[in-house]
Design a protein around this ligand. Sequence first.
Ligand code: SF4
Length: 482
Amino acid sequence: MSAVRTERYVEESRRGIADPVLRRALSGLQERFGRGTAEAYRRLPEGPGLRQTAHAIREKAIANLDLLLERLAARIRANGGEVFFAATGEEAVSYCAGIARRRGVKLAVKGKSMVTEEIGLNSVLAAQGVEVVETDLGEYIIQLAGESPSHIIAPAIHKTRNEVADLFARKLGIPYTTDPPRLTQAARRALREKFLAADMGISGVNLACAETGHISTVSNEGNIRMATTLPPVHVAFMGLERIVARLDEYEIILRLLCRGASVQDIGTYVSLIGGPRRPGESDGPEEFHLVVVDNGRSRLLADPRFREMLCCIRCAACLNVCPVYGRIGGHAYGFAYSGPVGAVVTPLLTGVQRGRDLCRGETLCGACKDACSMDIDLPRMLLELRAILAAGDATWGVKPEGGLERNVWRIWAGLVSHPGLYERLLRAGAVLQGLLPRGVAGWIRRLPPPLSGWTQSRDFPPLAKAPFRSRWARRRREVGRG
Ligand code: SF4
């Protein structure tokens, strides 16, 4: 498992909010992709309703995962490939490390893969002397910078052109330039050498199809195709949920993936891989391994409240519309997955209690559900997580939270069930609030402790002079109904 820093969500969010460069970059990203995705769904020949069809396809696949994975594995094995089912991230990593040892791998080229970020593959291979080179341009940039991705699809979105120029000049020894084509060419030259010299190619899997026995990868740079065909060994990592039953279903999910991820009708390079190179074929690896990673996903499968999360294809459309992600950026979420998908899946994979701030940080505005290519109800699951944190849940190892909040609600419940007392308190509060500082439109600037946290970053609406019930009764009297 890669490093988990979810406990620092609040601190890191503040840092993100205070960074004007990051805010500008995120706002540009959301402006471009957020709006574009909705338009791309509308342009679908079947209309935006195809997202609901996709949801049904994914739910059916999740309900039949065992059968579909078996079918996929049987087809790949029949084609000469190996399939390894890893219960944990550690098992997945050590399987790959074992292949690297056996083959004497010194250099591995890697296509972008979130599941390998999740399980912390690179650091383990590096510890045994394997140089692992990220080949997606964004991933390559952040690898050179020694950072982690801040967006599922645009991992280096937090870096400015000047920062990249400076980084390339230092690390690749090229003359300083901020010209994007020149920077891209420099990366391409450096990576070309790595592709040609690599002993192993590593990739993720966007989606597998049980019927055909293929995994597929999608990229716009062609790097994954190079990483999976040039080296003599290809190891593909796949979250166990990334599968559909039939080719016609695969086609629907793929079209939505490309629209949700990058507002494209189709990705530039879509590869279907079903095994190693066959006798007589000129391209492809001698060995092909598929590592199917569980790493906590079975727990989601077993819980009807969160099973829907397995429909996710990590397209990142939800990040591109999320007002919270748009302010704080991806690093604040403290794990491989950020934005609304991260706020749900990270606590479920790494610990609900330690990731508790993630689900509380989201606004529940519903934009993520509207944008989701698989029509996943993320707000519902955010609420489920909050309920678990409040009430406790043995399945997820969560103890009920301290009594303060519960006691506050108990007092509230007691008050509202005694309307006379409640009204007297409201009237007293309406008078006493005159002592508090006011801002725009009479809103309260600062509440006294223990409520002061509320007004730390926003104003509080003032209590009405007369409570609603008495105003309502007066109004009814005035119109002659009381
Ligand atoms: S939750 Fe939906 S929008 Fe977000 S990454 Fe997953 S599939 Fe894409």
